[in-house]
Design a protein around this ligand. Structure first.
Ligand SMILES: NC(=O)c1ccc[n+]([C@@H]2O[C@H](COP(=O)([O-])OP(=O)(O)OC[C@H]3O[C@@H](n4cnc5c(N)ncnc54)[C@H](O)[C@@H]3O)[C@@H](O)[C@H]2O)c1
Ligand SMILES: CC(C)[C@H](C(=O)O)[C@@H](O)C(=O)O
Ligand SMILES: [Mg+2]
Length: 370
């Protein structure tokens, strides 16, 4: 069997703690199922800065470019608050997204039945919630130039970030959203601010044209992004797939995360375009949460977002759909048994740490695989 090459970039804070739990699942799949994963490791974020003075080394970038998929933990933390902006931990993640051309960020927000009570919303608003945020990931204000702070010489400074979108960038991300919608509820809601931003006007026009040309079987709605945020909290189950730009997608996916109970629950996949010859996509899988400096090192972090990100990797990079389904089912079963990390703890449940949660999911996965 051909090897499945994975690059593991655990990063900082709770990133390495969560990644340890995924390593156990990979080892089991190799030993018991002959899955053929070949893993390599690298540094990213603050840990890379400490070792190399850069948020990711050229060597690790080369590994990321040649891997079948990258598993990413989290980066950042107060230790690196004062490092130069260009080499801050987050720059490593942004470089990976840009250089691997991972333009499509899939952020599913699913409320597991057992967690309906862990949401800050009433259980009836989130029970059965299953939405997918498709966030554009390589454009917009994250990467637009100029991006500067200049001294105006009168005691004032001016900061500029630039929102830029070209037609092709909006076309390809909306095509991803429409294609994915066809595999689920067949509805897309596009969010922008065309009432204030030129990029919002173009976004709206291009999504509408792409829909008309190739995807008219899918139901399309448009919403201003601020109203979209409000609707996500008011009645989240009205949505199926949401497609939006880089910055709005960042914020709206954190909102969606809390609907599911905790940031510690939300996985994501960042995908590139399929290669013209092989059909393979570059891909990186990471939890939506950050390095959680407030709990790092205490062994209480929820590893589910990281494990569920690996399930997305099985599905999207290796077409191991049955294994992905089983891993997701293992997570649901463990939650059904009342096993909880602190962030999703509820009355009558048993509170465990990161390692015990990882062990419980692995045991369930083994049982389902037997
Ligand atoms: N992809 C990434 O690497 C990524 C994403 C977001 C933030 N960050 C970085 O992480 C650092 C901290 O940012 P922040 O505090 O705004 O966001 P955060 O996601 O790290 O933490 C927000 C809150 O959620 C909790 N939380 C997050 N993940 C959890 C988990 N798995 N289990 C239990 N609780 C969890 C944290 O304890 C914290 O109270 C910053 O440097 C930021 O830039 C990195
Ligand atoms: C760490 C940061 C650069 C990143 C982002 O803003 O995209 C994070 O918040 C995310 O949601 O992945
Ligand atoms: Mg974010």
């Amino acid at each position: 069997m051909t090897a499945r090459n994975l690059l593991l970039l655990p990063g900082d804070g709770i990133g390495p703690e969560a990644m340890t739990e995924v390593r156990k699942i990979i080892a089991y799949m190799n030993e018991a199922q002959g899955a053929g994963f070949v893993t390599d490791e690298g540094l990213v974020g603050g840990s890379a800065y400490d070792a190399h003075g850069a948020a990711i080394s050229e060597e690790d970038m080369a590994k990321a470019l040649s891997a079948d998929a990258v598993l990413f933990g989290a980066v950042g933390g107060p230790k690196w608050d004062d490092v130069p902006y260009e080499v801050r931990p987050e720059a490593g993640l942004l470089r990976l997204r840009k250089d691997l051309e991972l333009f499509a960020n899939l952020r599913p927000a699913i409320c597991y039945p057992a967690l309906a009570n862990a949401s800050s919303l009433k259980p009836e608003l989130v029970e059965g919630l299953d939405i997918l945020i498709v966030r554009e990931l390589t454009g917009g204000v994250y990467f637009g130039e100029p991006k500067t702070i200049t001294d105006l010489g009168n005691g004032q400074k001016r900061a500029i970030d630039t929102q830029v979108y070209d037609t092709y960038e909006i076309e390809r991300i909306s095509a991803v959203a429409f294609e994915l919608a066809r595999t689920r509820g067949n509805r897309v809601c596009s969010m922008e601010k065309r009432n204030v931003m030129k990029s919002g006007v173009l976004w709206n026009q291009v999504v509408t044209a792409t829909h008309k040309e190739k995807f008219s079987d899918v139901k399309l709605d448009h919403m201003l992004a601020d109203a979209g945020g409000m609707q996500l909290v008011r009645a989240p189950k009205q949505f199926d797939v949401i497609v939006t730009d880089n910055l709005f997608g960042d914020m709206l996916s954190d909102v969606a995360a809390m609907l599911t109970g905790s940031l510690g629950m939300l996985p994501s996949a960042s995908l590139g375009a399929p290669d013209a010859k092989t059909g393979k996509r570059k891909a990186l899988y990471e939890p939506v949460h950050g390095s959680a400096p407030d709990i790092a090192g205490t062994g209480v972090a929820n590893p589910i977002a990281m494990i569920a990100s690996f399930a997305m990797c099985l599905r999207y990079s290796f077409n191991m759909v049955a294994e992905a389904d089983r891993l997701e089912k293992a997570i649901a079963n463990v939650l059904d048994k009342g096993i909880r990390t602190g962030d999703i703890m509820a009355e009558g449940c048993r509170q465990v740490g990161t390692v015990e949660m990882g062990d419980a999911i692995l045991a369930e996965f083994q049982a389902l695989s037997a």
